[in-house]
Design a protein around this ligand. Structure first.
Ligand code: UT7
Length: 324
């Protein structure tokens, strides 16, 4: 049995004030509220305004998570920021967040696994905490996809939004953790699917930032199978069944993918946390944003078994099961 457990102490989230509805999009491109709602479940998304960046959204979410945890920034010794839209090529946005929070000890880095970024970052933080290399970790998912979508491409620009979510975790002696903490993680990647979802620029290829390109139907075809496979692997590792899950908090890309995955796994619809209608797809921010919504409205409570899952560009995908 593990000597240490990574226990969640608090969550927080932050959304830009500006809301872009489907009706607003109807005025800009050839689309309809009906098409977007039926195909994706999305009704609106938040868009970063002038002066707002991935780092500023991340800072907002981090401060709220620290408040919820009852900690000061200087109590942290690890910051991991999952993002595919960093403020700069370098330094890491995590280090910029660390600076804004007034932390000058410990270590901080970004994690790049696109929409799976948060499950990759949470898994990484769990390993550092359980190894004893860090005591308290801040794990953030923050994105400004509005800056990399092609606003002329109706097949992608209606899908994405901006936002940030954060989680504070602490390494706790397993004998005193009451069964709480990260119980299992499973991560996967397969680079053969690169051209199905990518950004057509970068520092070493074009010297430009580039724009997001996606073959939506191709991603959709793979999504449910990959998601359910990695979740079933996590269930077998723990020796649990779907009925034991209290809350399923999936990556919020498309309502149809979420509903089909829950159905295939045998998770009841009332246990699924769905925020895609309000936030759109916020990539690495979508899981911590949804978790924070459900923790603050009283759904996710201490002792609940929470299943997190994501799939995205790469492809990358993964699942994490946490006892809250
Ligand atoms: O977070 C990372 C993971 N990403 C995902 O999980 C996204 C996965 N993919 C999807 O969610 C879906 O494939 C989409 C929502 C992107 C698209 O839904 P779809 O049911 O697969 O539609 P489609 O791509 O097959 O397009 C159907 C039709 C096309 O017209 P034709 O060729 O049938 O005449 C599109 O041109 O819908 C048309 N279309 C639109 N119509 C109105 C595409 N975008 C729009 C639009 N408004 N915004």
């Amino acid at each position: 049995m593990d000597a240490l457990r990574s226990v969640v102490l608090g969550t927080g989230s932050y959304l830009p004030e500006t809301v872009l509805t489907n009706a607003d999009l109807e005025k800009r491109i050839e689309t309809s509220d009906e098409w977007i709602t039926q195909r994706t479940g999305i009704r609106q998304r938040h868009i970063a305004g002038e002066g707002e960046t991935t780092v500023s959204l991340a800072e907002g979410a981090a401060r709220r998570a620290l408040d919820a945890a009852g900690l000061k920034p200087t109590d942290l010794d690890l910051v991991i920021l999952a993002t595919a839209t960093p403020n700069n090529t370098f330094p890491a946005s995590a280090v910029q967040v660390q600076r804004r929070l007034g932390i000058d000890k410990g270590f901080a880095f970004d994690m790049q696994a696109v929409c799976s970024g948060f499950v990759y970052a949470l898994t990484t933080a769990d390993l550092y905490l359980r190894s004893g290399m860090a005591k308290r970790a801040l794990v953030i998912g923050a994105e400004t996809f509005s800056r990399i979508v092609d606003w002329e491409d109706r097949t992608t620009c209606v899908l994405f939004g901006d936002g940030a979510g954060a989680m504070v975790l602490e390494a706790v002696d397993a004998s005193k953790a009451d069964g709480r903490g990260v119980l299992v993680s499973r991560l996967r990647a397969d680079g053969n699917h690169e051209e199905k979802l990518f950004v057509d620029g970068g520092p070493s290829s074009t010297g430009t930032v580039g724009k997001l390109r996606m073959q939506g139907r191709e991603v959709f075809k793979h999504a449910v199978g990959m998601i359910t496979d990695v979740i079933e692997d996590s269930f077998s590792a723990l020796g649990i069944s779907a009925e034991e899950v209290d809350w399923f908090v999936p990556h919020q890309a498309n309502r149809r993918i979420i509903e089909a995955s829950a159905k295939k796994l045998g998770i009841a619809p009332e246990k699924v946390v769905m925020t895609v209608q309000d936030h759109g797809n916020t990539s690495a921010a979508s899981i911590p944003l949804a978790v924070d919504v459900a923790a603050r409205d009283g759904r996710i409570k201490r002792g609940d078994l929470v299943l997190l899952e994501a799939m995205g560009g790469g492809f990358t995908w993964g699942a994490v099961v946490v006892r809250w």
